[in-house]
Structures are given as structure tokens and as C-alpha cells.
Design a protein around this ligand. Structure first.
Ligand SMILES: Cc1cc2nc3c(=O)[nH]c(=O)nc-3n(C[C@H](O)[C@H](O)[C@H](O)COP(=O)(O)O)c2cc1C
Length: 302
């Protein structure tokens, strides 16, 4: 019997597609919608200690091959988010709490809150490319990443995932530091630093000027990161960046991902993207004689 079930760092998923952080995931209602649409797990919007408005518009540019966004990490703050997590209890798919912070202590405070709120795992956003003092400003430094993961692991019994940036030549060093500090899985990648300019306005379109590129444009970048990470690490990898159909998902899995996250494609393809990926992947597995997703993980290395 062909099965799409996967286990990632003790999380049991009905299929390997996961809703990526930041897309339709700021409320319990939207998280539940995505789980009902077929996602094997859902990640919340990245949540910080205090409420944040984010940047003024424009915060998103739509391109043929993806989006450039600089939202500025808008979120209601961890205390207010307790209510959304309470309403999301009973979600048919595990809810992974994404958090961002500017220090190891703050990360561990937020992680223990997410654990108290019933998150199945916590995802550390060490990779946002456009928020000063947060994200990739910490996540390109192996020592800092090590300190953050160690601190979070000391207060959390749920699995801890580190979401990393491709905007560095040190990705392997950062990932190895996270693994050595006890991280349970690596999520790769967040968006790629990018910009769009209006020639009529004669200035960058985004209010923040720079942003992060997502969607099909970054799939080859994410794929290469996952392939290299699989050669380097022993912990599971969750692949993210430009997954729109079953073929993209299988490419990531063959590169070494145990599961994939889907972000931009929720907007570009629709809510049924999870179902479409799963149906296509199952048909492919039957055709090719794979009985489980784990049999496909990393086969591109053989
Ligand atoms: C509008 C938007 C908001 C995002 N917000 C977050 C966020 O809050 N935290 C985070 O870790 N990643 C965030 N991301 C990055 C995505 O989770 C994902 O890593 C990236 O978009 C690549 O995947 P994709 O090509 O499937 O969209 C955001 C992406 C988009 C497009």
C-alpha cells in the first residue's frame, strides 16, 4: 500500500506538505482552513514578544515567477496569540508555532509560551531578510544560532526547528551549529533578498525598499541548499521555496527533504494546492514503485 505518511522529528504527518509561515496563518480560522484543505501540518505566522504593525504599504510585489515581500513581521504579539492557539486546538493537522526574537533569552521565552499554548513544535525564524535586529541578522552567525537553539532546547520538550536563510555563504556552518546545539530539524529556505523598482516613480516599489523573493523563482536555490544540507547533516530537513506542484515536492524530497512547506503557491495556485500535490505525488509513487515517502528521501544522492 502506497502511503504519504511521514514522520519528521517525532511529528507524525498524514502527508509531507506543510503550510509555510506567513501565508494565511495569522488566525485559528485560517490555520484550520489550511489543515482542512489538506496540509499535513501548518506553521503560524512568525510571532514576537510585542504587537507589531509591520511596514506601511506597499509590502508585496507580484512578479511572473513569485512575489517580493517586506511585510515587516506584523503580528499581534505572543500574549494575544494565545487565544488563536486555543481556538486552533483540535486542528486536524499539527500546528507548528513560528517565533522571531532578537536574543536567545527572548527566543526561549516565546518558545515556552508556544509550548504552553499547545504547539506541536516550534520553528525559529532565524532568516527573515528584511527586519532590523531580527531574522537573518542573527541567523547568519553560527555562534548566535547555536546559543539560540541551546537556550530554546533547555526550556522546550517539543521538537525545535531552525528556519535558515539562503542569503549567506555560511549556510552549512550555521546548520551544523544548529544541529550540534540539539536542533531537531532544519527548515530551508526563507526568502532570497530582492528588490523591484518603479521606473515611473523612480524608486523601489516596497516601502522598505528591499524585500524577500519567494515562489518558483527561488526553487532551484532552495533545492541546492537542501541537497547540500542533506550531505552535511543527520537531522531531518524540511524543504521550502517555490513548491507549486507534486514534481517540485518530489524534487525537494529526492534532494533530501523529509517534508516540504508551501507558501506562495497558496496564493498562486489556490487552497487546493496541498491536495493537488498529494494526489500527483501518490500517482508518481505508484508508477515508480515507491511505497513510502521516506524511500524517496535523498535518492538523488545515490
Ligand atoms: C507574504 C509572505 C510572508 C511571509 N512571512 C513569513 C514569516 O512571518 N515568517 C517566516 O519564517 N517566513 C515567512 N515567509 C517566508 C515563507 O515562509 C517561505 O519561506 C518563502 O516564501 C519561500 O517559500 P514559497 O516559495 O513556497 O513561498 C513569508 C513569505 C511570504 C510570501
Amino acid at each position: 500500500m502506497t502511503s504519504l505518511k511521514v514522520e519528521v522529528a517525532a511529528l507524525k504527518l498524514s502527508n509531507p506538505t506543510i503550510l509555510a509561515s506567513g501565508v494565511m496563518d495569522e488566525t485559528a480560522a485560517s490555520l484550520l482552513n489550511m489543515a482542512r484543505a489538506g496540509a499535513g501540518a501548518v506553521v503560524t505566522k512568525s510571532i514576537g514578544s510585542e504587537p507589531r504593525k509591520g511596514y506601511p504599504n506597499p509590502t508585496l510585489v507580484e512578479l511572473d515567477w513569485g512575489y517580493i515581500n517586506a511585510m515587516g513581521l506584523p503580528n499581534p504579539g505572543i500574549e494575544a496569540f494565545a487565544e488563536e492557539m486555543r481556538l486552533a486546538r483540535g486542528c486536524p493537522a499539527p500546528v507548528i508555532g513560528s517565533i522571531f526574537a532578537s536574543s536567545a533569552k527572548e527566543f526561549s521565552f516565546l518558545a515556552s509560551k508556544m509550548q504552553d499554548y499547545g504547539a506541536a513544535a516550534v520553528e525559529l525564524n532565524l532568516s527573515c531578510p528584511h527586519a532590523k535586529g531580527y531574522g537573518m541578522e542573527l541567523g547568519v552567525d553560527p555562534e548566535m544560532v547555536s546559543a539560540v537553539v541551546r537556550e530554546v532546547k533547555s526550556v522546550c520538550s517539543i521538537p525545535v526547528f531552525a528556519k535558515l536563510t539562503p542569503n549567506t555563504h555560511q549556510l552549512m556552518e550555521v546548520a551544523k551549529a544548529a544541529e550540534a546545539a540539539g536542533c531537531d530539524a532544519i527548515v530551508a529556505v526563507n526568502t532570497v533578498k530582492a528588490m523591484a523598482i518603479s521606473v515611473e516613480m523612480r524608486r523601489p516599489i516596497l516601502s522598505n525598499k528591499g524585500g524577500g523573493l519567494s515562489g518558483p523563482a527561488i526553487k532551484p536555490i532552495g533545492l541546492r541548499c537542501v541537497y547540500d544540507l542533506h550531505s552535511t547533516l543527520n537531522i531531518p530537513i524540511i524543504g521550502v521555496g517555490g513548491v507549486e506542484d507534486w514534481r517540485d515536492a518530489v524534487e525537494y524530497i529526492m534532494a533530501g527533504a523529509s517534508a516540504v512547506q508551501v507558501g506562495s503557491a497558496v496564493g498562486r495556485v489556490g487552497l487546493n494546492v496541498f491536495e493537488l500535490i498529494c494526489t500527483g505525488m501518490k500517482e508518481f509513487m505508484v508508477r515508480e514503485g515507491f511505497e513510502s515517502v521516506s524511500q524517496m528521501v535523498g535518492v538523488a544522492h545515490e
